[in-house]
Design a protein around this ligand. Structure first.
Ligand SMILES: [Zn+2]
Ligand SMILES: [Zn+2]
Length: 140
C-alpha cells in the first residue's frame, strides 16, 4: 500500500518517498537552490535578505537550505540564528552541533523528512547573516 500524501507546497497528491514535496516541487526547489548557489559564488557572504530580494526566493526557504546543511552561515556569532536541536548550542548549519551530530547520525536520517516542520520556529528572524557554501567533502 503506497504512502500517499499531499505536497506541502502545491497540495498535489503524490507517492510519499521520504520528502514532503512532490517530484515537481522538488525539482523547482532544486532550481531555486542552484540560483542561490550561483548567487553566492558571485557574491560570497551576501546578506540573506539581499539574496532573498535579488532572487525572489523567500528567507524561509533559504533558512531551510541552511537547516538541511546545504548552506552554512559565516561571520560573527551574533549572526547565528540556528541552534542545535538536541543541546541548544549555537550552530552555523544543519540541525545539530558536531557532538550531537556524530551521536545522532543514525536517528538523523529518520528525522530528516521532518525538517520543514521544525523550521517554523526559526524562520522568524529578520537578522541579516552571511553564508557561504558548505563543502560537502568536509562532512563524513
Ligand atoms: Zn508539489
Ligand atoms: Zn548539540
Amino acid at each position: 500500500m503506497p504512502d500517499v500524501r499531499n505536497c506541502r507546497r502545491c497540495g498535489k497528491v503524490y507517492n510519499y518517498i521520504g520528502n514532503p514535496l512532490c517530484p515537481t516541487c522538488i525539482q523547482a526547489d532544486d532550481e531555486d537552490f542552484k540560483r542561490v548557489k550561483e548567487y553566492l559564488y558571485k557574491y560570497p557572504g551576501a546578506a540573506m535578505s539581499k539574496v532573498s530580494e535579488d532572487l525572489e526566493i523567500s528567507v524561509d526557504k533559504i533558512t531551510r537550505y541552511l537547516r538541511e546543511g546545504r548552506l552554512e552561515i559565516v561571520g560573527e556569532e551574533a549572526n547565528i540564528v540556528l541552534s542545535c536541536e538536541n543541546c541548544g548550542k549555537s550552530i552555523k548549519t544543519g540541525r545539530f552541533c558536531d557532538i550531537c551530530q556524530s551521536s545522532l547520525t543514525t536517528s538523523l536520517k529518520k528525522t530528516a523528512t521532518d525538517i520543514s516542520e521544525t523550521l517554523a520556529g526559526s524562520s522568524n528572524s529578520k537578522k541579516e547573516y552571511e553564508m557561504r557554501f558548505l563543502n560537502k567533502n568536509e562532512k563524513k
